[in-house]
Design a protein around this ligand. Structure first.
Ligand code: TMP
Ligand code: ASP
Length: 247
């Protein structure tokens, strides 16, 4: 048996080993960064909220047959997960134009896309997480063509489930980022987190373009009321999960 040790500290989470080498413990911090850590701050209570929302959504997806790393929420800020080796790709799915898509293409924010757009970014802070073309993906040899196809199909399936779920919370799922990993047997599992840090979430009940923002854009763009937006997402997600459990 080995003593738990810090394996990795990222911008928003710390990953620890456990006495079981097939399981890790993830600790969710209140630290927030944006623009590749050029902007730094704290969102009070974010760790607890993101751990709770992520646990609920990963469990929901597991119940739908998506293979994820989620095992259990161990405390307000701690999630027990299956040990995986993260594939260094950020898989972004977009339903509505926002963020870097608008900056890079000139598409108007809020435009509904004709189909969900799946994009791959290289997970490399030193290089600023560049957007990859499919040929760059092949040349980098990070994942096989078959795995890339699997990542895309999984991301689209996850988008469908999450979009439907968020609609039932009166929230529009604008876009989000996923990370995947491989377990010891080579199985591809959805990993990391799904939270207001990694999704753009707009309140369907609010028309105002700034007031409707319920995600990390409030921090990125200095819109204020960051904590209450995260709390609002948690409240709606948990209420809806409870309703689903009762039906
Ligand atoms: P983007 O529009 O800035 O490319 O972001 C697309 C989505 O990915 C958005 O929901 C926020 C999320 N995201 C992350 O989770 N981590 C990141 O480092 C970045 C840049 C975006
Ligand atoms: N998490 C990323 C970073 O700091 C960027 C972001 O979420 O906007 O650096």
């Amino acid at each position: 048996m080995s003593t738990p040790a810090k394996l990795y500290e990222g911008k928003a989470k710390i990953v620890y080993s456990t006495q079981n080498e097939q399981e890790y413990l993830t600790y969710f911090k209140d630290d927030a960064t944006a623009f590749n850590a050029l902007k730094k701050g704290t969102i009070q209570g974010k760790g607890e909220i993101n751990c709770t929302i992520s646990s609920a959504l990963l469990k929901l997806l597991s119940d739908k047959g998506i293979e994820t790393h989620f095992l259990a929420q161990k405390s307000e800020r701690e999630m027990l997960v299956k040990a995986v080796k993260i594939i260094p790709l950020e898989v972004v799915v977009r339903n509505i134009a926002a963020g870097s898509l608008c900056k890079q293409t000139g598409l108007k924010e809020g435009l509904e896309l004709p189909f969900p757009l799946v994009e791959f970014y290289l997970k490399n802070d030193d290089l600023g997480d560049p957007l990859l073309t499919s040929d760059r993906l092949s040349i980098l040899n990070i994942a096989s063509d078959e795995q890339i196809e699997q990542l895309k199909n999984n991301a689209l399936k996850i988008n469908q489930y999450l979009q439907d779920f968020f609609v039932s919370c009166d929230i529009t799922l604008v876009d989000f980022k996923l990370e995947f990993g491989l377990d010891a047997h080579g199985n591809l599992l959805l990993a990391d987190e799904i939270s207001p840090d990694t999704c753009r979430l707009w309140d369907c009940l609010e028309q105002d373009a700034e007031k409707r923002v319920l995600d990390k854009d409030r921090f990125r763009r200095d819109l204020g009321k960051v904590e209450s937006a995260y709390e609002q997402v948690q409240k709606r997600v948990l209420t809806q999960i409870e309703k689903l459990g009762n039906t």
